[in-house]
Design a protein around this ligand. Structure first.
Ligand SMILES: C[S@@+](CC[C@H](N)C(=O)[O-])C[C@H]1O[C@@H](n2cnc3c(N)ncnc32)[C@H](O)[C@@H]1O
Length: 389
């Protein structure tokens, strides 16, 4: 795949940035397959996202952006485009076309090419081989699909709910010679005809849609992010259909994953509690975020509960919040927990922790599929049905 048929890859304006990208990507956690790295680096990413939103500050959540056009600011553009973070191409579902390059904008990303490490791990997990029929659900710029087509040597298919994103992406994919068919479709409501050897869900779902599973051919692999709507408590579902047609899989807690689908979104935060709350001392020390197996189990077994990552006034505490207004603020060293509202959220978390510990502190869960029910099983006393909350 070349930048333009007349420009040798080594002389393309992004040649140096692309080779630095490949080197950095190979060092990302979990990335181990040089064939996958090479496929991602071969796709001239900058031509798929000639205008992008660069974060103005690193304060999270990222909300302030500057629209950077390669034509005006090539160095700044390449630094973001070939960095390891997600590359934002759309804010608040608005097409970026009429916006002025160089200006600052405030908004929530609604179209982004995911972090390069996540894309590489995705391609590794679904182990694409020559001739595989690949489907991406939530394809955005088509970058992952273009790399998948490189790996399979066959046309890849992507579906994307946003008409504007597809309108922008289709001619760009054609211009770089990517063998990708991109179509506008709500991937939660139906998929293009056909069976697929590999499916990548590029947005997070509450439960794996039955149609995704039905369309997986014997021997097929599916990867998607599962979320309960709680930011930071993602889980990756990897599913395999064996030659006899039976489904099995695993669910692994993750720190990072895809953003939720456009309708599901995150669990909304409730207002800070008033009053002094109910205080307890010597409580469970909040497990670090890297205890991903615990936090994934907590999210699923306490649906509607999320962590408030930057609750004003609670800088030194871990804060949990639930939709009914219940809050818990827990000292990092476990010396004290304060709970407000109808539920004792940290008490509930301690019970889940006891069950998780008794089950052997799993990082991963077995996924079982039977009669339309999806279950995660972590060991004795720790399993749950994955429900479409
Ligand atoms: C993280 S982006 C995918 C990035 C892509 N892998 C790339 O490299 O450019 C997720 C995309 O999923 C799309 N999406 C969200 N909900 C969807 C749905 N129900 N059906 C199809 N696409 C959806 C969003 O519009 C967004 O463009």
């Amino acid at each position: 795949m070349t930048e333009k048929t007349s420009v040798p890859a080594s002389r393309a304006p992004d040649a140096a940035a692309r080779s630095a990208f490949a080197a950095a990507l190979a060092r990302e956690p979990g990335v181990h397959d040089p064939v996958v790295v090479a496929a991602l680096a071969r796709v001239p990413r900058r031509l798929l996202m000639p205008r992008l939103f660069a974060p103005v500050s690193s304060e999270r959540p990222l909300r302030r952006w500057r629209l950077v056009d390669f034509a005006d600011e090539p160095e700044q553009h390449l630094a973001v485009c070939y960095g390891m973070d997600q590359v934002v191409v759309q804010l608040d579902c608005r097409p970026p076309g009429p916006l002025l390059a160089g200006r600052e904008y405030v908004g929530v990303p609604t179209g982004q090419s995911s972090g390069a490490g996540l894309l590489a791990v995705t391609l590794q997990d679904i182990s694409l081989g020559p001739g595989d029929r690949f489907l991406e659900i939530g394809a955005c710029t088509g970058y992952l699909s273009a790399a998948a087509a490189e790996l399979t040597g066959r046309q890849a298919t992507g579906v994307e709910i946003d008409r504007e994103l597809v309108r922008d992406a289709v001619p760009r994919l054609a211009a770089i010679g990517a063998n990708v068919r991109l179509m506008v479709r709500d991937g939660l409501r139906g998929l293009p005809e056909g069976e697929w050897d590999a499916i990548a869900g590029s947005f997070a779902v509450r439960r794996i849609p039955a149609t995704w599973l039905h369309r997986l051919t014997p021997g097929g692999r599916l990867r998607t992010t599962l979320t309960t709507g709680a930011p930071g408590w993602h889980a990756t579902a990897l599913v395999h259909r064996d030659e006899a047609g039976a489904l099995s899989g695993r669910l692994a807690g993750e720190l990072w994953g895809h953003v939720p689908d456009r309708v599901g979104g995150w669990i909304p935060l409730t207002n800070a509690p008033v009053g002094t709350g109910r205080s307890r001392s010597a409580v469970l020390v909040p497990p670090a975020p890297v205890e991903r197996g615990f936090w994934a189990a907590l999210g699923h077994t306490l649906p509607g509960v999320r962590r408030h990552w930057d609750a004003p006034g609670f800088d030194d505490e871990v804060v949990l919040a639930a939709a009914d207004g219940s809050w818990a603020a827990v000292a990092q060293d476990g010396t004290r927990a304060v709970e407000w509202g109808p539920r004792n959220l940290w008490r509930e978390a301690e019970e889940i922790h006891a069950r998780w510990t008794a089950a052997g502190r799993p990082v991963e869960y077995r996924l079982e599929f039977s009669d339309g029910v999806q279950r995660a099983v972590g060991g004795p006393g720790l399993s749950w049905e994955i429900a479409a909350t």
